[in-house]
Design a binder for this molecule. Structure first.
Ligand SMILES: Cc1cc2nc3c(=O)[nH]c(=O)nc-3n(C[C@H](O)[C@H](O)[C@H](O)COP(=O)(O)OP(=O)(O)OC[C@H]3O[C@@H](n4cnc5c(N)ncnc54)[C@H](O)[C@@H]3O)c2cc1C
Length: 423
């Protein structure tokens, strides 16, 4: 025990980890609490879901990332409440944790717009478990289709529906199309590249609404070239076992992936702070939760005002810059309000195309894809992961192979119920 300020960081995602690294070696005692033992590089989760990478390529133990930070300890636990009056964080294990400064960096999860019953049929990808469950569905559907002779049943097995035309939906649809139409067709005897259908449903009028319209158009063209059917203005009205409904239309499918909505962690409830409609803690310019002077909220769980109005997007650079900022604020290195530096937006479409928006400079196609590769390898945590990802990508690029095509768990009929149990 020391009399140095005690900093508790909840969540070791992009924001929390960055704050912990910045506080490393400084005159503060830091405790990082996370419900998982690993830091996850979410931008590449869709590659785990489509068997291009293995989970260990994009996740690293939090404890080993922070092993050299002697003033930082890591606890594997889940936070379930915060008492701001006694400055205590309550952990699921029952232990209380006192703080002088609290950083809430607990991210976001899926939102099914009030239809949580859809979750079992249409999983999203936020965690390693989600990604491997989706991988299992995709690969089992292909395995079953190989031996299914009945036309309709086979068509449903070979129909993959992705809901949501943002970056995750676009990346997922492109990757599934390449997996189902190119990578696996030579390993199966009855599945040819044209047997599979990949359908991307978007309720709005264009894909990638956060990008300029010209890049949305190029994204659409690139996806169509690799065989993805794009349906704009297609608001899903119901999802059930092996089917998606858009009004009166029914799409029979065994694989549905949800990439349509997010909702913040319950951090706002823990501290009784005002929240926006996505449940994000509303923070002031200094990233304090409104009404609090010792509690910061950062990353996806915070609604932070942007300079041009609105709130900052839920992306990794926002979380990382906020993590560095709150650490500096605690150390007294800055008293200026937080300012986000936007270096641009990237989204990939399959194995050799992407779009990049850097304000006045806009790229699409192969050059944007190369940039996307460099940026993602650069930001991965750890040399081993970087090397492994580069080798996998190189191999996949030249051979079309998907090396992580493992189906784990029981191989029962892929009903959504049995999948839910397995997941
Ligand atoms: C599939 C996908 C693709 C994405 N692609 C991109 C991209 O290409 N580019 C980009 O910039 N951004 C991308 N993002 C968004 C980016 O990953 C997030 O903006 C970023 O992870 C937010 O960081 P964070 O620190 O706020 O939260 P997270 O990184 O989500 O970390 C939250 C941490 O809090 C922990 N936690 C949650 N609740 C508790 C609790 N009660 N107790 C203890 N610990 C808890 C979690 O285990 C987790 O480790 C993507 C996200 C997803 C899901």
């Amino acid at each position: 025990m020391t009399d140095r300020p005690r900093v508790v960081i909840v969540g070791a995602g992009f924001g929390g980890l960055e704050a912990a690294k910045r506080l490393s070696g400084q005159p503060v005692d830091v405790t990082v609490v996370d419900q998982r033992n690993h830091h996850l590089f979410q931008p590449l989760l869709y590659q785990v879901a489509t068997a291009a990478l293995s989970p260990a390529d994009i996740a690293a133990p939090i404890r080993s990332i922070l092993a050299h930070a002697r003033n930082v300890r890591v606890l594997l636990d889940r936070v379930c409440a915060v008492s701001s009056s006694s400055r205590t964080v309550l952990l699921e294990s029952g232990r209380p944790l006192d703080y002088d400064w609290l950083i809430l960096a607990t991210g976001a999860r899926h939102s099914y717009f009030g239809r949580d019953d859809w979750a079992v049929h249409a999983p999203g990808i936020k965690t390693i478990e989600d990604a491997t469950a989706v991988r299992r569905r995709v690969l089992l559907a292909l395995e079953q289709a190989e031996s299914e002779e009945h036309g309709d049943a086979r068509d449903a097995l070979l129909t993959f529906v992705v809901i949501g035309g943002g970056p995750t939906g676009v990346e997922m649809a492109g990757a599934i199309a390449e997996l189902a139409r190119q990578s696996v067709s030579r390993d199966f005897r009855s599945i040819t590249p044209h047997c599979s259908r990949v359908i991307l449903l978007e309720a709005g009028s264009r894909l990638l609404p956060s990008f300029p319209p010209e890049l949305s158009k190029r994204t659409r063209e690139a996806l169509e070239r690799i065989g993805v059917e794009i349906r704009l203005g297609a608001a899903v009205t119901d999802i059930g076992r092996n089917q998606v409904r858009i009004g009166a239309e029914r799409i029979a499918t065994h694989t549905i992936v949800w990439a349509a909505g997010v909702q913040a962690s319950p951090a706002a409830k823990w501290v009784g702070a005002p929240a926006d409609r996505l449940g994000r803690v509303i923070v002031d310019d200094d990233l304090f939760a409104l009404g609090q002077t010792r509690i910061f909220a950062i990353g996806d769980t915070a609604a932070c005002p942007g300079r041009r109005g609105g709130t900052l997007p839920g992306v990794a650079p926002v979380a990382k810059q906020q993590g560095r900022y709150v650490a500096d604020r605690i150390l007294g290195r800055t008293m200026q309000p937080f300012r986000y530096r936007d270096y641009g937006n990237l989204a990939t479409i399959g194995r050799k195309s992407a779009v990049a928006d850097f304000g006045r400079i806009r790229l699409s196609g192969f050059s944007a894809w190369l940039l996307w590769c460099v940026a993602h390898v650069w930001f991965l945590v750890g040399f081993r992961s970087r090397l492994s990802v580069i080798l996998h990508w190189g191999w996949n690029y030249f051979t079309y192979a998907r090396s992580a095509r493992l189906i784990t768990g029981p191989i029962h009929t892929p009903t959504t119920d049995s999948f839910a149990e397995a997941a």
